[in-house]
Ligand binder design. Structure first.
Ligand code: BDR
Ligand code: CA
Length: 316
């Protein structure tokens, strides 16, 4: 089967699952750039983690530092899941790679001029994408679209209603969801089907010996354990962010429904919620988002782990 190899820009806040998203994008897409954003950890830390990933896996891609705070509200991080560094668990090598000069937002805009078929793949708060849309309102009509991890039609994780990436910068999310570009939303309803276990982490360690396999095993093991500590009764880590990449490259794993989605900005309980019109009736509001409503979880996990194993095997 000949696969679509989309041209993508990953905007991220690594973050354990962001690391996996970067690696999948490097393998299945033409990855033309990475920008970092404050989210799971401060921007200096997420930038370092993106650089470490690029270094360990020898990725030929520039990493640009982006926004260091949300548009309006104060910064919020996720140390409970990702650690204060954003990448707790693995022993990280000495950082040799350096950040590429030029703000992430400027670099993203320049890439959108060079690549007319560009997909933006945000896997953190949407601050950089919103800033880019504000700096250049023609961006929305120039790109192929935005495939993002965030939100969901059913439940949240930071609050009962709001998912972290949207909750961390709701004003930015409102700009992106209202921008008019084709949007794909991979939310918690499907990412919680893509679960990595401690057994999978151990299998990575034994089947991919070497520094890359060790790193990935530690990343996956920390993530699964943190989810047990914070959310679940079992050590199972939902690989959220890779879904935003696979929605482009392996759409057959997903079921999408075009729906109208808005970001709640004001609700005392529901700020940061992605409010989805799921009525499915004639008078439903005009769709602006292709919402991932279902995923083949086991097949997706198998694909992710196989891909990671292959990338690990190529390294020292
Ligand atoms: C999202 O929040 C972060 O902790 C993860 O990296 C993912 O992007 C899940 O809510
Ligand atoms: Ca993320």
């Amino acid at each position: 089967m000949t696969r679509n190899r989309p041209t993508v820009w990953v905007d991220c806040d690594p973050g354990h699952d962001d690391v996996v998203a970067i690696l999948l994008a490097s393998h299945f897409c033409d990855l033309v750039g990475i920008s970092t954003v404050a989210g799971n950890a401060p921007q200096s830390a997420t930038t370092k983690n993106a650089l470490i990933t690029a270094q360990l896996f020898d990725l030929d891609v520039a990493v640009h530092a982006g926004a260091d705070r949300p548009l309006v509200q104060a910064s919020v991080f996720a140390p409970d899941i990702h650690g204060a560094s954003g990448l707790a668990g693995p022993v990280l090598p000495e950082l040799v790679r350096v950040v590429t000069p030029g703000h992430g937002v400027t670099a993203l805009l320049e890439a959108s001029q060079r690549h007319r078929d560009l997909w933006l793949v945000p896997t953190g708060p949407l601050t950089n994408i919103a800033l880019a849309l504000r700096m250049d309102p023609t961006l929305a009509s120039r790109i192929s679209g935005v495939s993002l991890m965030g939100g969901g039609p059913t439940f949240g994780n930071k609050t009962p209603w709001a998912e972290f990436n949207i909750w961390a910068d709701p004003e930015a999310a409102a700009i992106v969801f209202g921008c008019g570009a084709p949007l794909i939303m991979c939310g918690l309803n499907i990412t919680h089907e893509v679960l990595v276990s401690l057994e999978a982490a151990a299998a990575m360690r034994s089947s991919a010996p070497g520094s890359r396999g060790e790193f990935l095993a530690d990343v996956l093991a920390h993530f699964a354990t943190a989810y047990k500590d914070v959310f679940f009764t079992e050590a199972l880590g939902p690989l959220h962010d890779p879904c935003a990449v696979l929605a482009l490259t392996h759409p057959e794993l997903f079921t999408f429904v075009d729906s109208h989605v808005e970001i709640e900005l004001n609700g005392r309980h529901t700020r940061g919620m992605t409010v989805v019109d799921q009525r499915g009736v004639k008078g439903a509001l005009a769709p602006n988002v292709s919402v991932a409503m279902a995923i083949d979880g086991p097949a997706t996990v198998a694909l992710i782990l196989d891909t990671l194993r292959g990338l690990a095997a190529l390294g020292p």
